[in-house]
Write a protein that binds this ligand. Structure first.
Ligand SMILES: Cc1ncc(COP(=O)(O)O)c(C=O)c1O
Length: 372
């Protein structure tokens, strides 16, 4: 059987990934960096990404839920579930030594009972809602819940954390207020003799914008998007990080079409003059946003080629008037840089009216992930 190479592939630069990890480490030192690799490492492929980061020195990884935690166990590093846990998931996570978030006293009691039944200790971090408005112990209940939970048997209460909704905005009072509330809670807990080995609140935005979020008492940061080579849509970008991704495909057709020819579904573009039109082998099933239709470009032979007509599921038409030497089979860069051209994740996010996270998470199943 012939091995058929994929038509669409995502080149993921291991070196850029490791370099981004080192840049975050250098920024927040002596705090430790926990790469957040949820959703299959933002869609890029969790194990190869985790391997690069482990090699670069990462000692722990953060994920959203138990299935993702299990995927990372072979790497023999600490794995933290950062969001929530369902009652029926607790036993398996304790057995696997996954670090569990505590988001309520009832949840803590169940974790404790399960740990006792299993004759194991459950490692937990308390998740406190200081203003995220999504998951966690409500701030006003946090002191009493945590004090009570720390008395329960079978639990190693090793961490406490919170999360930011607005850390991209340096001007907003919300983030400093969350930090202040969190510190006040820590102070109150310490008066009762309750201390934690790990105290964390910063995400990528906070690392860029709020130094207080990674200085003592904080000693760990959780970072995702910056490692993957992008920033949040808004906010200052004080870290020097490198792009990690290049999305490529092939040119599958080159045709000369007459003036007045209309192109693709909906006939949304009509040629004003006789033109060379190429068809590339990638569409919205591969993650090209539909909103690139008649607005985006791709790069062929280091030249920008405007997308004409509507992006379809598998194919997209481009004007080749500036690339008359284009040949069927040419590599096409849909996203990323060539020698002198660059199409950024941010530019796609802007056209799609979304943020870079959604762009990175939206590459389709057909897209081969190549780690280079
Ligand atoms: C609890 C938690 N911490 C950290 C992160 C990492 O966020 P970012 O990719 O913005 O660094 C996430 C991701 O949304 C998260 O849910």
């Amino acid at each position: 059987m012939h091995k058929i190479p994929r038509r669409v592939w995502l080149e993921i630069s291991r070196e850029a990934l490791a370099s981004n990890y080192r840049a975050v480490c250098a920024r927040v030192a002596p705090a430790e960096v926990m790469p957040v690799l949820k959703a299959n490492s933002y869609g890029l492929g969790v194990l190869p990404i985790a391997e690069v980061l482990r090699e670069a020195g990462a000692m722990r990884f953060g994920v959203a839920e138990p299935y993702e935690a299990m995927q990372l166990l072979p790497l023999e590093r600490s794995v933290h579930i950062l969001s929530s846990i369902l009652p029926e998931e607790i036993a398996a996570m304790i057995e696997a030594d996954v670090i569990i978030p505590v988001t309520s006293l009832d949840g803590a009691r169940l974790i404790s009972r399960t740990a006792e039944k299993l004759h194991k200790f459950a490692s937990v971090h308390f998740k406190v809602d200081t203003g995220m408005g999504r998951l966690g112990i409500l701030y006003d209940d946090a002191f009493s819940v945590i004090s009570a939970a720390c008395e329960l048997p079978g639990m190693l209460c090793e961490g406490i954390f919170s999360h930011f909704p607005l850390a991209y905005n340096r001007e907003s009072p919300v983030t400093p207020a969350q930090i202040a509330k969190f510190k006040a809670l820590l102070a109150r807990l310490s008066q009762s003799g309750i201390y934690f080995k790990y105290v964390h609140i910063a995400n990528s935005d906070a690392v860029n914008n709020f130094p207080d979020s990674y200085r003592p008492p904080f000693n760990l940061v959780r970072t995702g998007i910056n490692l993957h080579g992008a920033f949040d849509a808004q906010g200052d970008r004080s870290l020097d990080i490198q792009p990690v991704l290049t999305l490529k495909t092939r040119l599958t057709a080159v045709r000369e079409l007459q003036s007045g020819s209309s192109i693709g579904y909906g006939h949304t573009y009509t040629l004003k003059r006789k033109s060379l039109v190429g068809t590339i082998s990638a569409g919205y099933a591969d993650g090209l946003p539909l909103s690139l239709s008649n607005l985006g470009s791709v790069i062929i032979r280091d030249r920008l080629c405007p997308i004409v007509g509507r992006v379809s599921m598998d194919y997209t038409n481009v004007l080749l008037n500036g690339v008359t030497d284009a040949q069927i089979g040419d590599d096409v860069t849909c996203l990323g840089a060539t020698e002198s051209q660059c199409i950024t994740i941010e530019s796609w996010a802007q056209l799609k009216n979304t943020h870079p996270y959604e762009i990175i998470c939206s590459f389709g199943n057909r897209v081969e992930r190549r780690y280079i």
